[in-house]
Design a protein around this ligand. Structure first.
Ligand SMILES: C[S@@+](CC[C@H](N)C(=O)[O-])C[C@H]1O[C@@H](n2cnc3c(N)ncnc32)[C@H](O)[C@@H]1O
Length: 282
């Protein structure tokens, strides 16, 4: 079984036949998915009626969802800048999504860095647009693959030939893991981290209902309800479960905090219910 990539076919392995069928089938016009819903909520045009209907359902459940998406995107930019400021210029971005304002390679290149960015996503619309956008960039690739297959992703030409595993890199899993319900997820992520050089970091945001504030917990459960019936339903994890996804590694201060509070509280921002953290790899 194979999935398309920039430079060839990426074997995706055997254990998830439903997803492999979806990959083979190409674009799913019948069911909304995370990539296109997120694009719509961010004001993009890479979405279909079915995605807009699902987004309307999510917004009915939680009218703040557009704000949550923008806050997540702002965090991603801050995290990339944080990495660049520490000399980390390579990014492996799992679940990279539809290109939108402030893409990682744009942020990285605007710093004048010799950046390398490997985008990975399994959604064909996101991948097609990303491929168009990166045309002409030498050190940027797009691979269509399911991130649950680390060996296939790491061995894809767009990743293997671009990311220098002898130098630190940032593994980005931003707003993707709550769409991945697999019990094996901790070991899948560990495999990616093992492939990276010491001094690398793992950047994450993740939806959670594990909050002291019951209203905040209810607001993220409402988002979860809004995604029901889509191709990418949401799994909310507790703080300890999210820390486990980071391999229990040391977290950069201030640790695991609301997305708007990393690395320091954004003035006037209300909490999103999503956690952000960056783990350092020994
Ligand atoms: C909400 S978007 C986040 C995009 C980007 N990371 C950001 O934070 O702005 C989630 C993305 O994860 C992708 N995704 C979900 N499950 C995936 C999987 N198993 N493998 C690869 N991509 C996946 C979706 O297709 C979607 O593009």
């Amino acid at each position: 079984m194979t999935a398309r990539s920039d430079e060839g076919d990426v074997p995706t392995g055997a254990p998830w036949p439903e997803h492999e069928r979806a990959l083979e089938a190409g674009i799913d016009f019948d069911r909304a998915n995370a990539a296109r819903i997120y694009d719509y909520l961010l004001g993009g045009a890479c979405n279909f009626a079915v995605d807009r209907e699902q987004a309307a359902k999510i917004l009915t459940q939680n009218p703040d969802m557009g704000y949550v998406c923008r806050a997540n995107r702002d965090f991603l930019r801050r995290a990339v800048e944080w990495c660049l400021a520490r000399g980390i210029t390579q990014f492996l971005d799992l679940g990279s999504g539809v290109p939108t304002v402030g893409n990682i390679h744009e942020v990285a290149l605007s710093h004048g860095a010799d950046a390398r960015v490997a985008y990975v996503d399994f959604e064909p619309v996101a991948v097609a647009h990303a491929r168009e956008m990166i045309e002409g960039f030498e050190h940027v690739s797009v691979t269509r693959a399911d991130m649950r297959h680390p060996e296939a992703v790491l061995d894809a030409p767009g990743v293997r030939d671009l990311i220098d595993t002898s130098r630190p890199a940032a593994l980005l899993t931003v707003a993707v893991l709550h769409f991945v319900p697999d019990p094996e997820l901790p070991s899948i992520l560990a495999r990616y981290r093992e492939a990276l050089a010491p001094g690398s970091v793992h950047v994450m945001t993740h939806g959670s209902a594990d909050h002291d504030d019951p209203e905040l917990a209810a607001s993220t459960r409402a988002i979860q309800d809004g995604y029901r019936g889509s191709a990418t339903e949401v799994v909310l994890r507790s703080r300890p479960q999210i820390h486990e996804l980071l391999g229990g590694h040391d977290l950069v201060p201030p640790g695991m905090v609301d997305i708007v509070d990393w690395p320091e509280p954004t003035p006037g921002a209300r909490p999103t219910g999503g956690y952000a953290a960056i783990a350092t790899l020994p």
